[in-house]
Structures are given as C-alpha cells and as structure tokens.
Design a protein around this ligand. Structure first.
Ligand code: PMP
Length: 361
C-alpha cells in the first residue's frame, strides 16, 4: 500500500477540470440515432474492402509515423505540399496539439460562443485563459469592426478557433467574411471545417494564402469514418512542423491510414451521399417548419431548430420515448434549440412522424 493518497498526486488543474462530454452512444435496438452528426451512410465498399484486406499479419508492424502516403494524396487534392499537412488521430487530436504548440499557459485561447464545446476544455487542460465571445445575430459571424466596437475580442490572442460552418447552429460563413476576420487577427486562426463538405463554400484557400491560418478537416463526418479517427490540418509549413514535433510517435493508426487513403480514391461515392444528405436536410427542414418549428438555415449535416409549444429539453425526452435521439445543449444561448443530425430518408420520415405526434399532444 502506498503512503500517498491518490488524489493528492493529481495536479490541482486536473482535479478542477471538467472533461469534455461526447454525445451518447447508447445500445438501444431500433434507435434512430441523430445526436452525434455521424453520416447515415456506410463507407464506400472499396474502403471497407481495403481495410479488410489490410487485416492480416502486418498488424504486428508499426504504421508510417507521419502518414506519408495519405499526406501525399491530400497535398494533391488541396494543391499544396505534403509539409503543409499534418494528419491526426481525428481532428480533435490536432486541435489539442495546436493549444500546446501556439499558446503559453496563462495566455488566451479564443473562440465564438456557441461553437464546438471541446475548445474551452482544451484551453483548460493547458491552463490557458478562455475568451468566448458571442456570435452575432442568428449565430452570424461578427465583422472585425463590430468586434472592435464591442471590445471583448482579442485581436492578439495567440490562438483563435472558428467553427465554419458553424456548430451547433449549422450556419455557413462566406470565405470573404472569414478572410476579413483572419486579416484582423495577429495570432494563429484555426478554421475548423469539420462539416464543410455540406456547405456552399470552403476556406481552404486562406490556409494557403496566410501564414497564420490553418484549416482543419476530418474524415469523420462527410467520409463516414468516425470509428477510424483520422483528421488533418492544412497550413503554413513552419506551423505544421511545430505540430509534428508534439504529436505521439504513431498518432494515426494503420487501418485509419488505409481507410482514409481508400476514401480519397473513391470521392464520387461520397459526393453522391453529400447530395442525398443535403436533399434530406431540405425535406427535414420543411417538414419541421410545417409543424411550427423555427429552423435555422443549415450548411452542415445537422439542423438547429427551435421547437414549438413545450421546452426543447421536454422535446428531447418525448423524442427519446419514441426511440429517437437528438442533442440538446444546456447553455443559455442554446437551451431553446435541438440539434438534429440529418439521417437517411427513412430516419427523416421517422423523426417527422414522431414530431407530428408530439406537436398534437
Ligand atoms: N470540430 C467540430 C466542430 C466537431 O463537431 C467535431 C466532432 N465532434 C470535430 C471537430 C472533431 O472530429 P474528429 O475528431 O472526429 O475529427
């Protein structure tokens, strides 16, 4: 038995930490799961075949430490060099590396509120100060002059995260407005484009134009590969090299690299799914509007809606009783809304049917 009490060994910062809470993954039969923005369609048959073919004796060996084959293909796709790219164990890992690489403990990590709820957790883990500044009306992006007038925004924050399209609202931002914001900023800006394949515009050009701008992408959502954990950053070679120094030796697992490579070889399969999801998003939005929901325009694979009659939290429960799981965030600026992932046509029908029943109660 150790003389030390376990708790006294834990750093005060870690003791005080509130961990990130991911969306639930319950094992309920027949559940219509629309709470974590997963793609309702499976990876392409070619991706599944490539991963299965890689499951053999080679699993005993280490994977390529820097995912070079994948970086090579991504560089071609985005018209840049492999040293403009780092691959991570999901983009979450890279967001964490960025806080460690660009921010001294005590300095500021900045983002808009509401946005991805992981950002404040990453700041806290690092002992950084959080500057969360409200978005404009209807979750719009404030302009640089607005931010200047408002005074809360820190144009010299060492690290700023911008979720674009916005989450959880789903609102899309134009490249021109993002560029204006980036130009006004002195520290590193990470444009988190986790959902950009469902949007009208993307801001990849900014990562290749400005040495302080990084674009974050993931295979999780649009490419149906959450399980494999593969994300990447595109940006200035010096910033990327700094992140490479900090990552774990073999941060991207081998089957993840195989899956992501095979994905890039079958992009038309995925583009067809984007169109199906965008069409289902339209039908879901119209169906809910007809029932009295306020539906914000979305450029993602989820919609953010203000339900009628009873509070959003009560809707969450009533939908759950009907085996439909959506997401609700308790914070004051989000508590009147539900975030609903766009599923298959059948899932959209099931949700609309349940919503009709609840609206009639
Ligand atoms: N950014 C945003 C805005 C997200 O919603 C998510 C998924 N929760 C991520 C990044 C991280 O995705 P992953 O780690 O699966 O690449």
């Amino acid at each position: 038995m150790s003389r030390f009490k376990g708790k006294s060994r834990i750093r005060p910062l870690v003791r005080a930490l509130t961990a990130y809470v991911p969306g639930e993954q319950p094992k309920i039969r027949g559940l219509v799961k629309l709470n974590t923005n997963e793609n309702p369609y499976p990876p392409s048959p070619k991706v599944l075949a490539a991963i299965k073919a890689a499951v053999d004796g080679r699993l005993r060996r280490y994977p390529n430490p820097t995912a070079d084959a994948l970086r090579g293909k991504l560089a071609k796709l985005h018209h840049c060099r492999p040293d403009n790219i780092i691959v991570g164990n999901g983009s979450d890992e890279l967001l964490a590396l960025a806080t460690r690489a660009f921010v001294e403990p005590g300095e500021t990590v900045q983002f808009f509120n509401p946005s991805y709820s992981l950002y404040p957790v990453l700041a806290e883990i690092h002992g950084a100060r959080v500057n969360a500044v409200p978005l404009a009306k209807e979750f719009g992006l404030p302009t640089a002059p607005d931010l200047r007038r408002n005074g809360a925004w820190d144009f010299s924050a060492p690290l700023t995260f911008v979720t674009t399209p916005s989450a959880p609202s789903g609102r899309g931002y134009g490249t021109a407005e993002l560029e204006e914001l980036c130009r006004a900023q002195n520290g590193v800006v990470i444009l988190d484009e986790a959902y950009v394949d469902f949007a009208r515009e993307n801001a990849m050009a900014l990562a290749l134009k400005y040495p302080h701008v990084i674009v974050s992408r993931t295979f999780s959502k649009a490419y149906s590969l959450c399980f494999q954990r593969v994300g990447y950053f595109v940006g200035d070679a010096e910033l990327i090299a700094a992140l490479q120094k900090l990552r774990d030796s073999y941060n991207v697992n081998g089957l993840g690299q195989v899956g992501a490579l095979a994905t890039l070889a079958d992009l038309p399969y995925y583009r067809k799914n984007f169109q199906r999801i965008i069409a289902a998003r339209q039908r879901l939005s119209e169906g809910l509007r007809a029932l009295g929901f306020g539906v914000l325009p979305s450029e993602t694979n989820f919609i953010f809606v203000r339900p009628p009659k009873i509070p959003a939290e009560a809707w969450l429960e009533k939908l759950r009783e009907r085996r439909i799981l959506v997401r609700w965030f308790r914070a004051p600026e989000t508590r009147d809304f539900l975030r609903i992932t766009v599923g298959t046509e059948a899932q959209v029908r099931a949700l609309l049917k349940a919503a009709r029943q609840i609206a009639r109660m």
